[in-house]
Design a protein around this ligand. Structure first.
Ligand code: GBH
Length: 482
């Protein structure tokens, strides 16, 4: 008898490519009718970014988009994940505001060019750049009745304009960051917080939970619209993508084992539990009591099951210890230092990131067991320490990033082939060094080095490693039966 040889590769249709986001790369914030987003003004306020720089130029990708696509094609990616700028498409943002034909044309041409190069678009509708006008008019994400309708209309414009060619949609990137960093810690736009040194207004004890709730509803109503009015004709998939790092108990004590679960409940379960399971985590209800909004039964019907897959952005692992007063981490303290004093892994340029590939494998297993849907890893990456101050030739030898990706790709493969986790996509973050939000241009996540003086792009070793790795580790489909 003949039998198919068990492949030691990822399946033929495994999705891989690099990822970016509109405000981090486009620049040209003032052309072709684009309206302002909340990041435009925020990044220009004193001390909001580490280097005092803003997104006006970024990697200049609005002008250099043909070169970007040529480089993606040179890398040989199958997919490209990028986001649309709401304020290019509807400059004032609202459901009764005009659509900007130049904004639509830009993305339409971009999508056509990707497809001509054999690259499949994977499109995020919202990666943090809310039209400023919506924030000014009614408080943006704080205002449920307005934002849900405005977001759904924006999504509808995009499905209509691009859905004939776009078959992979992400509604929102990382709602935890939108809520906590924008309305709790106040470190991201719109920068609201109870900390009066940081922000003239805001209430960190209530606003983030309200914003999270409204983001979930906006996402869910856009998915409903897609399923009811577009899916049959366009045949695409739609879902949300959540940030979330693995949470590992600091030690075996019961309270720290429990703390790790609490950390996951707030980082991930806050959004994933309602969307995939139909309710907020009990721990969040217990922690927040009446500060956690409730879904009406009608809302829950729209929310539950509103994602075709599990979209995962993940970077690191936190050792978790019970205690502290940080609700945004579930009243859990994070550390990278093990009880024996050793570090968990190689330190990145940003304080929150160390390299620990086993955590990626553990997280994939946890998500698969809990939510039981195919997983699309839509971001994973590393920022090499002090890369910004190295000469280019040295920065291109990004061995800490190469090691990071060696580890995470090995974990990816082990999760799929040994653990049986249904992972279908992997997008390293990021295609290019870019505007790293509050870090400005100091922290670099790119597999491609960008010289911000010349806007020249230079492939780093990590890009070469990943291109080769996916070439070697995805089934070509021509394996003969034995
Ligand atoms: C991603 O978020 C973003 O989607 C992407 O745009 C960004 O460029 C990339 O990360 C690299 O940063 O200590 O309060 O500053 C990753 C998830 C969650 C990681 C919040 C940083 C720090 C919180 N992020 N975390 S804080």
């Amino acid at each position: 008898m003949t039998s198919a040889k068990v492949s030691n590769k990822l399946p033929k249709d495994f999705i891989w490519g690099f990822a970016t986001a509109s405000f981090q790369i486009e620049g040209s914030t003032n052309v072709d009718g684009r309206g302002k987003s909340i990041w435009d003004d925020f990044s220009k306020q004193p001390e909001k970014t580490k280097d005092g720089r803003d997104g006006d130029v970024a990697t200049d990708s609005y002008r250099l988009w043909k070169e970007d696509i040529a480089l993606l094609a040179q890398y040989g990616v199958k997919y490209y994940r990028f986001s649309l700028s709401w304020s290019r498409i509807i400059p004032l943002g609202g459901r009764n505001d005009p659509v900007n034909p130049k904004g639509v044309a830009f993305y339409s041409n971009f999508i056509d060019a990707l497809l001509e190069h054999g690259i499949i678009p994977f499109v995020t509708l919202y990666h943090w750049d809310l039209p400023q006008a919506l924030h000014d008019r009614y408080g943006g994400w704080l205002n449920k009745d307005e934002i849900v309708q405005d977001y759904v209309r924006y999504a509808q414009v995009c499905f209509r304009a691009f859905g004939d060619r776009v078959k992979h949609w992400l509604t929102v990137n990382e709602p935890w960051c939108v809520s906590i960093l924008g309305y709790g810690r106040g470190v991201f736009a719109p920068g609201r917080s109870s900390d009066r040194e940081r922000s003239p207004e805001g209430d960190s004890s209530t606003e983030p939970w309200l914003v999270g709730h409204n983001v979930i509803l906006s996402h869910a109503h856009a998915v409903r619209l897609y399923r009811e009015e577009f899916k049959a004709a366009q045949g695409g998939q739609i879902g949300i993508t959540l940030n979330g790092d693995w949470a590992m108990p600091y030690d075996n004590s019961p309270q720290n084992v429990e703390a790790a679960q609490h950390a996951l409940d707030v980082a991930i379960g806050w959004f994933a539990d309602p969307i995939y399971l139909g309710h907020y985590p009990d721990y969040m209800k217990q922690m927040l009591q009446e500060r956690l909004p409730e879904f009406t039964p009608e809302e829950l019907k729209v929310v539950k099951g509103s994602s075709d897959f599990y979209g995962m952005n993940t970077y690191t692992t936190n050792l978790c210890r019970d205690g502290g007063d940080d609700e945004f981490q579930g009243l859990v303290e994070y550390t990278f230092i093990r009880p024996d004093g050793t570090q968990l892994g190689t330190q990145a340029h940003c304080a929150w990131l160390q390299d620990y590939p086993q955590g990626f494998r553990d997280l994939l297993n946890y998500i698969w067991k809990r939510y039981k849907l195919p997983i699309y890893v839509t971001e994973n990456g590393f920022a090499v320490k002090d890369e910004h101050s190295k000469p280019i030739e040295e920065a291109l030898q990004d061995s800490d990033r190469v090691n990071y990706f060696k580890g995470t790709t090995a974990s990816l493969k082990a999760a799929v082939l040994e653990d049986g986790v249904d992972v279908r996509a992997y997008f390293p973050w990021s295609f290019l060094d870019n505007f790293e939000w509050a870090d400005g241009y100091i922290t670099r996540f790119g597999v491609t080095y960008v010289d911000y003086e010349t806007q020249q792009r230079y492939p780093k070793e990590s890009a070469k490693f990943l291109v080769k790795w996916f070439g070697d580790n995805i089934d070509a489909g021509d394996r003969k039966l034995q």
